[in-house]
Design a protein. Structure first.
Length: 425
């Protein structure tokens, strides 16, 4: 239960903050946000306010902001379709119901002939089944329509559609999700620093601070407090130098000169194993570290620098992924669930730090220029700026759908790989 609560909190928070970024700047840019959803799948709760329907959905594995004109908000109406219309005192349509499962009081039944809910804002049809006379109904700019799942959303006249906003506003709306994730990471890392009072700074020398149980180093007799002076005859005065010499030698014998805490030197031969994550040789040691108290300002500085350094690590990991692709280097909701299991019993500070790390990860990954991600949308915005005009909506939708298809296939592959790694093997 603790793992489930941690997972919902962690995943829900980073998605909520990400989507709120898109939502806020869309609203500021005059773009109609038809739905703000947390979760995926069937709706559990919905509430409509100021033109936006807020929903909570069953599966806590994502969320979305549905903006007018952004490609997935069209509601198909067809000639001959039965509708029920609610009119205001001025005989303007304020509610359109094509859903047979929903009954609206004081509504007028109409058989649809034609309509325009973007520019001219009208519905033409036969009222009460009387096919002898066509009737044209004016539609209010802020009229609502009831969708197939029963959710009431606002229609999308052209002036409030995503494409009608300026290029700058559209770019800011697309960038705002990742930006909010970086801000959240900074806030959470800062809160973490205040909670623990400081940080453990790794010792940069060749001093061994920790040895993993049953590791190559442990079996060779290396202990915390030892110093590794040489690797294959090369002096190693820092832990970085150690990593650089051991890393390329996975599966090969490596000769070490080790100095014990009592000053006695000994020569050892070890065979580093290959890390699944970094593909580098490792022997299972960690550097020594020292707890450093942080000042009031230092805690904020830590939040900023930690967000920045984690971003660089993710960029480096993405580069490594391009040159040496492996599904084991990626992780989806299943891996996040397993990681939540690991931190759920480690206290609130660990959960906050974990959430901050995931948030910056989500922010960077969403900036990758793949169609369907925020980075892909920004790439199209930049192309529009250079070209002087946007791609046609048909081409943009086609490119986006191809990107989404690739992402869905990758997500299925990553999820199945995670299930095999954590639950089958």
């Amino acid at each position: 239960m603790g793992t489930i609560v941690t997972f919902i909190f962690v995943f829900g928070l980073i998605v909520l903050v990400h989507e709120f970024g898109h939502f806020y700047f869309a609203k500021r840019g005059g773009i109609l946000v038809r739905e703000f959803a947390i979760g995926m799948g069937p709706k559990l709760f919905h509430h409509r306010k100021d033109g936006t329907t807020y929903t909570i959905r069953m599966l806590p594995i994502g969320g979305y902001v549905r903006m007018a004109g952004d490609g997935d908000d069209d509601i198909e109406l067809a000639p001959g379709m039965p509708l029920s219309l609610v009119l205001d005192d001025n005989e303007n349509v304020v509610k359109i119901n094509p859903n047979k499962k929903v009954q609206l009081p004081n509504s007028i039944p109409v058989e649809l002939i034609s309509y325009d809910l973007e520019d001219e804002l009208f519905i033409l049809g036969y009222e009460n089944g009387d096919e002898s006379q066509e009737k044209r109904f004016a539609v209010s700019h802020d009229a609502t329509i009831i969708e197939e799942d029963g959710i009431e959303t606002q229609i999308a006249p052209r002036d409030v559609q995503f494409q009608s906003a300026s290029l700058g506003r559209r770019m800011m709306t697309n960038f705002a999700g990742p930006m909010n994730n970086f801000i959240l990471s900074f806030i959470l890392f800062t809160i973490f620093a205040f909670m623990v009072g400081g940080i453990y700074e790794p010792d940069k020398s060749n001093l061994v601070g920790g040895v993993m149980e049953d590791s190559v180093a442990a079996k060779a007799g290396i202990k915390p407090g030892d110093r590794i002076l040489e690797v294959n005859g090369k002096k190693t005065e820092t832990f970085q130098a150690l990593s650089e010499e051991i890393g390329p030698n996975a599966g090969k014998e490596v000769k070490l000169v080790v100095k014990s805490e009592k000053g006695k030197e000994k020569k050892l031969t070890v065979k580093p194993y290959k890390s699944d994550e970094t593909k580098q040789g490792m022997i299972g040691i960690a550097p020594d570290s020292e707890f450093k108290e942080l000042s009031f300002v230092g805690k904020f500085k830590y939040g900023m620098m930690k967000t920045f350094s984690d971003s660089l690590l993710i960029f480096k990991a993405l580069g490594n992924l391009v040159t040496d692709f492996s599904l084991n280097k990626l992780g989806g909701p299943v891996m996040i669930f397993k990681a939540s299991e690991a931190v759920s019993n480690s206290g609130l500070a660990s959960i906050i730090s974990f959430t901050a790390m995931l948030s910056v990860n989500l922010g960077i990954m969403n900036l990758v220029p793949i169609p369907g991600l925020d980075g892909g949308k920004l790439a199209l915005n930049l192309f529009e700026g250079v070209r002087g005009k946007p791609l046609s909506q048909e081409k943009e939708v086609m490119i986006t759908m191809v990107g989404i298809g690739i992402l869905l296939l990758l997500m299925v592959a990553v999820t199945w790989n995670d299930i095999q790694r954590f639950f089958i093997q």
